[in-house]
Design a protein. Structure first.
Length: 137
């Protein structure tokens, strides 16, 4: 029985190390490039979810999953989901009805990055959204 606990523990450590090596949910070069070359647009927050929070830095930060209506310049509005990591003091800016500046990846309009100084993109949510994970939710 204890051998399985050890094996499970080692497997968990390996998975964690691989995750950290791939960026650990932070900016990666690929996403930095997509953000830099993204089309600037405005989105309206339709609804939010708060899937997690942490206080590792002494300031409570939260991850907000924002369901948006994105209006690209010269294009038709469409629905998308993005993820924002921010401090709780900035939550009033991430409420339904609020306008949010975003950047849309030119190669995939489902990749919608928040373009705000008070928060950063949360890649797990953004990449899941780009794959259709939140469609119909």
């Amino acid at each position: 029985m204890t051998i399985w606990i050890v094996v499970a523990g080692v497997a968990l450590v390996v998975v964690l190390l691989v995750w950290l090596a791939r960026g650990g949910g932070k900016w990666t070069a690929e996403h930095q490039q997509r953000f830099a070359n993204g089309v600037r647009a405005t989105a309206v927050i339709d609804r939010i979810e708060q899937p997690g929070s942490s206080s590792a830095t002494g300031h409570v930060s939260v991850v907000v999953r924002a369901h948006l209506t994105v209006t690209p310049p010269g294009g038709e509005a469409y629905r998308a989901v993005t993820g924002i990591r921010t401090k709780t003091v900035h939550l009033p800016q991430v409420q339904p009805g609020s306008r949010l500046p975003v950047r849309i990846a030119s190669d995939n309009p489902r990749l919608v990055y928040p373009d705000v100084e008070w928060g950063e993109m949360e890649l797990l949510t953004i990449t899941r959204a780009a794959r259709g994970f939140y469609d119909g939710k």
